[in-house]
Design a protein around this ligand. Sequence first.
Ligand code: F6R
Length: 248
Amino acid sequence: MRIYSAPDYYHASRIAANIISAQVIMKPDCVLGLATGSSPIGAYEQLVRWYEKGDIDFSEVTTVNLDEYRGLEESNDQSYRYFMNEHLFDHINIDKSRTHIPSGTEPDAEKACADYDSVIQKCGGVDLQLLGIGHNGHIGFNEPGVAFEKGTHIVSLSENTRQANARFFDNDMQKVPAYAITMGIKNVMQAKKILLIACGEGKEEIIKQAFTGPITPELPASVLQLHNDVTIVGDRMALSGLMAAADR
Ligand code: F6R
């Protein structure tokens, strides 16, 4: 496990973007597993800047996103498809037909999950999976208690996660979707490399527990201790607990 502690979000984002661009340069037809949320936005901004300068070419890249809300159309500005277009895909030379996000609108939920697992398989697996971490230790929408062996599945979102996301829905809990479709821990663990962006207020304790505490489904990110190629990039604040534990 490699840990890069940056002074602030901007510098953490630059390090994360460097790691992603190194992946694309080394393997132009790579498969990137992508995430939404506030943590990766700075890295996406940086990648767009480097693309505009001609430093990075996404023309052969395939992407698979971690998750999507159930019930939101792609055109809804809170859907993760909308987020990805807005923050990354609309600004780089990626072939949109090679950008994949689980379907939030397929009426047959089982089919949506099976289809997504086969998309990942047909792509040849994920080379580099980008992750954020929730305040309760979730990765993707794998909430505490999820079985590690699950592939893509439907989840009922915890109150904690819905409240954390309410800010994107006019702070109106009624508008926050109750279900999502997410890659499972099994999909995440099958990625060749993992890059976790650990930024955001109030995450220092959960990040410390995830990487120094017991490996348990009650803290989904703790499973990453079992992956052999994990890089954590974070701001000093978010990594403070982990760094203090590592120094001991
Ligand atoms: C998003 C996702 C979530 C977020 C997590 C952290 O695709 O899978 O697990 O990474 O909720 O969110 P932020 O970055 O907003 O703190």
